[in-house]
Design a protein around this ligand. Structure first.
Ligand code: TYM
Length: 334
């Protein structure tokens, strides 16, 4: 009887503040579900967060909060490896090797680099530029087959594949070429205030995003204020009605209803009622996660214990890969 090896998953999230509903729908929601079928590693990407200036005490707090939120969202530490990126130094070791195998031209083409440099013109640092090489290291170091992310990370993933391919052909087969796992619905949740842009926690307008920790009245208020259009009909049309379509995507994710069913459900009813229904489904989906989150966050020793265990397990895998890569590129082993 042949036993097929389970495929491996890796994904990460930056601890730059409380997660948004976009993070949850686009990525984290899928992470828990994937644990049944795959060997999963999930990471709080604190090193990535440093590409933008952070308040040190806040970064520390946000890192523990991020880990707590992942546990609350269903990451099970007895089945998956949950860790903090900086706790596994091998990532930065591989990062250097991959930087030396990344081209200036390809890094310059990353839209996130262009966006973030435009947003922070006073701090266009080297880390911001080489960020995708570190992300490639995060993935390739574990030979991950699949990477569950939102749409905005697909360009970085493509680059990780290119770097892996280049390395393999220069130094012999070493890295698995990773594939994105991007679900069709919810891959890009848009801002509630400007539905042509993605929902992002760095938005200056707090009404643009729903945070995972928002209270029911705040969630309701933000949805009520969501930008729609003047047609007054609940129907999907991404080009002409991006606001309504975005709300329909959110509703669809939590109710399992497709766009046609949603359109029928709200036929002859106005946006006010529709927005309230969307808010209600989000409030009830988040309530159990919020309860768990508060309980877990209060138990610092528990969270830190999980992270220590995760770092040790991840390091065992990552150190092995770094030793292999160091040898392949010709670094002297003594
Ligand atoms: P980050 O922290 O910006 O976002 C975490 C995850 O949430 C997804 N996401 C969204 N999905 C749908 N709609 C949105 N509005 C939305 N906003 C965010 C992102 O696509 C992502 O999947 N570079 C990564 C973190 C990272 C990583 C990795 C991911 C570091 N190393 C290795 C995968 C593998 C980032 O900044 O994600």
């Amino acid at each position: 009887m042949s036993e097929t090896k389970r495929q491996r998953i890796l994904s990460g999230i930056q601890p730059t503040g409380t997660f948004t509903l976009g993070n949850y729908i686009g990525a984290v929601r899928n992470w828990a579900a994937l644990q049944d079928q795959f060997d999963c590693l999930y990471m709080v990407a604190d090193l990535h967060a440093l590409t933008v200036r952070q308040v040190p005490a806040e970064l520390r707090a946000h890192t523990r909060e991020a880990a707590s939120m992942l546990l609350a969202a269903g990451i099970d530490p007895s089945r998956s490896i949950l860790f903090v990126q900086s706790h596994v130094p091998a990532h930065t070791q591989l990062n250097w090797i991959l930087c030396c195998n990344s081209q200036f031209g390809e890094l310059s083409r990353m839209t996130q680099f262009k966006d973030k440099s435009a947003k922070h013109p006073d701090n266009v640092n080297g880390g911001l530029f080489t960020y995708p090489a570190l992300m490639a290291a995060d993935i390739l170091i574990y030979n991950a087959d699949l990477v569950p992310v939102g749409q905005d990370q697909s360009q970085h993933l493509e680059l990780a594949r290119n770097i892996a391919q280049r390395f393999n052909s220069a130094y012999s087969e070493t890295f698995v070429l990773p594939n994105g796992y991007i679900t069709k619905e919810g891959a890009k949740i848009m801002s509630l205030q400007d539905p042509l842009h993605k929902m992002s926690k760095s938005d200056t307008n707090v009404n643009a995003y729903i945070l995972m920790t928002d209270t029911p009245d705040v969630i309701l208020r933000k949805f009520k204020r969501a930008v729609t259009d003047s047609e007054g009909i609940v129907r999907a049309d991404p080009a002409e009605k991006p606001g309504v379509t975005n709300l329909m995507s959110i509703y669809s994710v939590f109710t399992g209803k497709d766009f046609e069913e949603i359109q029928r459900e709200f036929e002859g009813r106005g946006y006010g009622e529709f927005k309230e229904a969307v808010a209600e489904t989000v409030i009830s989906a988040l309530a159990p996660i919020q309860g768990e989150y508060n309980r877990i966050l209060a138990d610092k020793a528990y969270v830190d214990g999980i992270l220590a265990q995760g770092a040790a397990a991840a390091s065992r895998l990552a150190d092995r890969m770094v030793a292999k890569v160091y040898k392949k590129v010709g670094l002297l082993q003594i």
